[in-house]
Each structure stands twice: as C-alpha cells, then as structure tokens.
Design a protein around this ligand. Structure first.
Ligand code: COA
Length: 216
C-alpha cells in the first residue's frame, strides 16, 4: 500500500491532515468534516477532505457563513436552505456551481448524488415585469444517486426522482419525479431509462426531508 505514496506526497498529506483539523475546527461545523471524504487509509490521513478544507478555508471570504468546506469558486446563496448528507460534500468542491437559494427556496440533494462543474440550481426567478423584484421561490429536489452533467441548469420547482442522470448542458424545466432515467437537452427530455434492478445494490441513506409547506 505504501508504494503508492512518495515521501513528498506523504508529507503533503500529513500537512493537509494537520491543518485540516485546525482549520476545520476554526471555520466549519464538525458534522461536515467527518463524513466519507475524511476517512480512509492510515486513519484518514490520505482522505481528500483535509486538502479541501485547507484550500477552501483560504477562500473563506467568498462564502463566509457557509459552515462546511466549500470551494471559493462556487456560489452558495442562503446556506441554511441547502440540505444534503455530509458524505456528499464533494458537490461543493468544484468550479462554477451556483446554488441559488437567496430567498426562501430550498435545495434538497439526495444521498449519493453527483453534481458536475458549472451547474446552476435555481430556486427563484426575477419578475418578468420588474427584474428588480423576485417572484416566489420553488424548491428543487434531487433524489438519491442522481448525476447532474456539467453546465446544466436546474430551474425552480424541478424534482428529479432517484437515479436521474442529467446530460451535460441540459436545461431542466420540468419535474421527472419517477427517476430512473437519463434526461438531456434544452428543454430536457427523457432520452433513456435506467433499469431499477441494476441499481438496487446502491446504498440509501436519506430521502431529502421536506416540510409540507415547502414542497415544490
Ligand atoms: C447523458 C449521457 C450520460 C448519455 O450518455 P450515453 O448513455 O452514452 O448516451 P448516447 O451517447 O448513447 O446518446 C443517446 C442520445 O442522446 C443524445 N445525447 C447524449 N447526451 C446528450 C446531451 N448532454 N444533451 C443532448 N443530447 C444528448 C445523443 O446525441 C443521442 O442522440 P441520438 O439517439 O439522436 O443519436 C452523456 O451524453 C452526458 O451528457 N454525460 C455527462 C458528462 C458530464 O457532464 N460529465 C461531468 C463530469 S462528472
């Protein structure tokens, strides 16, 4: 196992591990830095999460209130309205994502979902008549084990069922609550279905919780 690690790499990993704990303690809520991305070989020293903390903490001024490690190249609106399992913190380490929850819209990310770079998840539109104002928000819900391809836009009120794949560059305007499908294009339409039997071995940890008055 050691042969994969050069001395230089090992020193770097220990460095991230050490500073990751200190910066994590200073800047983030503990629950967010003990998920799957902080565990692994050598007691977790080699886990990527510690490196994320070190890099993200340097850019903390871009998302100052967000209590989990979040890339400075991502825009997070009202973090209190974004709901996800700490194991899925990888979705906040990319580039160009916009989690738009400025007002009372909520984003629910199902367990085991993957969101690629430059994805915008939007819960609120501007008023068509007066762009200085916003219209009422609508929640966006991603089911478990979804995969959102790069450069996609998920619009207010969209609900994707479990195991929905969104093709790169898609604009999702409607709900696909049944899941188990590949959707793509602008506007996104079903281009393939996914066999449920082939997905049953995947772990399920949470269905995103929704308060009744916040349903999309
Ligand atoms: C959606 C996706 C997974 C489908 O892959 P696939 O199952 O191999 O699909 P195919 O290549 O067989 O395409 C099937 C049809 O859908 C179309 N299609 C595929 N991806 C599309 C997309 N993103 N937008 C529009 N149409 C798309 C194809 O043109 C093809 O149309 P046709 O039947 O008229 O020829 C893949 O195309 C994709 O977009 N992957 C996302 C990659 C990405 O963003 N990665 C980020 C890093 S994690």
């Amino acid at each position: 196992m050691f042969k994969h690690y050069t001395i230089q790499k090992m020193v770097r990993l220990v460095w991230y591990y050490f500073w990751g704990h200190i910066l994590g303690f200073l800047f983030y809520k503990r629950e967010y830095y003990y998920g799957q991305w902080f565990k692994g070989h050598f007691g977790g020293i080699a886990a990527p999460g510690w490196r994320w903390i070190c890099i993200d903490a340097l850019g903390k001024r871009f998302n100052p209130d967000v209590p989990w490690p979040c890339s400075p190249h991502i825009v997070v609106g009202n973090y209190k309205n974004i709901h996800f399992h700490p194991d899925d913190i990888n979705n906040f380490q990319g580039v160009g994502n916009h989690y738009q929850t400025w007002s009372d819209g909520h984003i629910y990310i199902g367990y085991g979902s993957w969101i690629a770079s430059n994805v915008s998840i939007i819960t609120t539109n501007h008023s068509l008549e007066n762009p200085d104002e916003h219209v009422a928000s609508k929640n966006v819900v991603l089911g478990e084990h979804c995969w959102i391809g790069a450069n996609s836009v998920i619009l207010p009120g969209v609900e994707l069922g479990p195991h929905t794949v969104v093709g790169a560059g898609s604009v999702v305007t409607k709900r696909f609550p049944e899941g188990y499908c590949v959707i793509a294009g602008n506007p996104a339409r079903i281009i393939k279905t996914i066999l449920k039997e082939k997905t049953e071995a995947m772990p399920s940890k949470n269905e995103p919780e929704r308060k009744d008055d916040q349903k999309s």
